[in-house]
Design a protein around this ligand. Structure first.
Ligand SMILES: Cc1cc2nc3c(=O)[nH]c(=O)nc-3n(C[C@H](O)[C@H](O)[C@H](O)COP(=O)(O)OP(=O)(O)OC[C@H]3O[C@@H](n4cnc5c(N)ncnc54)[C@H](O)[C@@H]3O)c2cc1C
Length: 465
């Protein structure tokens, strides 16, 4: 049935329905396995458009979803036969070099921000080196800064400077009544608390975010090094030991099981990331990795942080179907038996596009924030494992889904049961505790205060108390 869009006559952005030629392209998410078909994609130009789209959905009794960059792992940024409030096109960047802050539209990607604040802005640090100001982003250029930070936000600067959400100074949000609210430590502090970790979980639509920025040398040491999979345990041991009781929070390395060349090459174990500081300090920090001997491939060297992140982003393949499962390792779970199990499962991956990624988390600045200071609860764990099954055709789906399901089931004894809300699994039972831990009841109170009619309801939005 065609919608009557006359109530949206003053909408400045683009309205797309299934009857419009651009609908399929506009609808598709990063994970093409998601086939949800909304009745209306309201691609907003500003906060007034956001308010109009929310009002329209309510007046017509249609369900709502909120979308930024379209990277939700299991597709909850679309809603069947509902209205998608899409803020992906709101990408303004307002940089204040003196205050070292930036105010951005929710759809801007981290490279868009870094280009302005890190590449185009230069100052001389106390050590005489040239610096820029970097945002707290990850490597994917098309993930929206809002989606990333509202759910936490893990990037290479995290251990040194904190999560994406820890960098937020102020957030503007349109609520269910179409009102524009400003949340900070002093205005709506309860909402500000909730938005930092559960901001995508049903409070409203965020329309602008102000972040503090991090000084970072224009040249850092970073890259990727890969070894054949039969060296996996050696690399694992070196990597694990590197982070055992480590005081220095500047070495940001992640472990990865992937294929080289990707996706049709041999399975490999890789270490990638950077040293968050001057290049001359990096070699000492990287020595245990260098001691592993000649990798089959390495790009580690002096590089601009921007080029490093851009290069990693260019490796991401679009147009794939995926299923993403994982969890935080229990304190003694990141050990040789669990890693051997991981490698064994990875060898049997039916698709060369699939990977196992280990984010490096706590310690450093992430753990210095108390678990109840923001809605983001998972601050104590050092390592997160993501099993990311990726494939092309529908005929490969069953095989790949079985692979990732069996893999995750086998790994379960080594994990805490907590799951990172930004790597969401729509089939997860007990997601309330898995995502938000002891912060969930307080989130329910905030939900009742800001969305008492549960307008922003999804399969995994905060429930009313
Ligand atoms: C290839 C890839 C790489 C990734 N890398 C990282 C990484 O390095 N570190 C990391 O922490 N995460 C990473 N993620 C996860 C990513 O941060 C989350 O999936 C995030 O939610 C994506 O936001 P989005 O706006 O792009 O996606 P969308 O699908 O558009 O949105 C996801 C959800 O975020 C919420 N949301 C988005 N925008 C708003 C808004 N303006 N107001 C209110 N709610 C909003 C909504 O609930 C929505 O359902 C990665 C994901 C992918 C697919």
């Amino acid at each position: 049935m065609r919608l009557d869009l006359s109530g949206l006559a003053s909408f400045r952005g683009t309205l797309t329905t299934p009857y419009d030629p651009g609908y399929e392209g506009a609808r598709v998410l990063f994970n093409t396995r998601v086939r949800t078909r909304p009745a209306l994609l309201a691609r907003c130009a500003d906060a007034d458009d956001v308010a109009a789209a929310i009002r329209y959905a309510r007046e017509h009794g249609l369900p709502l979803a909120v979308r930024g960059g379209g990277h939700h792992a299991s597709g909850l940024s679309l809603v069947e036969q509902g209205v998608v409030v899409d803020v992906g096109g709101m990408r303004s960047i307002d940089f204040d070099p003196a205050a070292r802050t930036v105010t951005v539209g929710p759809g801007a990607g981290w490279r868009d921000v870094d280009r302005v604040t890190y590449v185009e802005h230069t100052f001389t640090g106390p050590d005489g080196l040239e610096y820029g100001l970097a945002g707290p982003g990850g490597e994917c250029p098309t993930v929206s800064n809002a989606g990333y930070s509202l759910g936490g936000g893990y990037g290479p600067l995290g251990r040194t400077y904190g999560l994406g959400c820890d960098h937020l100074l102020e957030v503007s949000m349109v609520d269910a009544d179409g009102r524009l609210l400003r949340a900070s430590e002093t205005e709506h502090p309860d909402l500000f608390w909730a938005l930092r970790g559960a901001g995508g979980a049903g409070f409203g639509v965020v329309t602008s975010l102000t972040y503090r920025l991090n000084p970072l040398p224009k040249t850092v040491v970073g890259g990727i090094a890969a070894w054949p999979l039969d060296r996996a345990l050696d690399v694992f041991r070196a990597y694990r030991d590197l982070y055992q009781d480590r005081e220095d929070d500047r070495l940001a390395l992640c472990l990865l099981l992937t294929t080289e060349p990707y996706p049709e090459g041999e399975p490999v174990v890789a270490v990638y990331g950077m040293y968050v500081g001057p290049p001359k300090e990096a070699e000492e920090a990287l020595a245990p990795i260098r001691a592993l001997g000649e990798p089959m491939f390495t790009s580690f060297g002096e590089v601009s942080y921007f080029d490093l992140m851009q290069g990693m982003g260019e490796e991401i393949v679009y147009g794939l179907q995926s299923k993403w499962l994982g969890g935080y390792f229990a304190p003694d779970g990141f050990d040789e038996p669990s890693f051997a199990k991981l490698v064994d499962h990875f060898r049997r991956s039916p698709s060369g596009y699939s990977m196992v990624r280990f984010d490096l988390l706590a310690g450093g600045a992430i753990a210095r924030v108390p678990a109840d200071a923001t809605a983001f609860a998972h601050r104590a764990h050092l390592h997160y494992v993501s099993i990311i099954a990726q494939w092309r055709g529908d005929e490969e789906t069953d095989l790949n889904v079985s692979w990732v399901d069996d893999f995750a089931e086998d790994l379960r004894p080594h994990l805490t049961g907590e799951v990172y809300q930004n790597y969401a699994d729509r089939d997860l039972t007990g997601w309330e505790t898995a995502y938000y831990g002891a912060n969930y009841p307080r989130l329910q109170q905030v939900k009742a205060a800001y969305d008492p009619q549960d307008v922003f309801h999804t399969q995994q939005s905060i429930r009313l108390p």
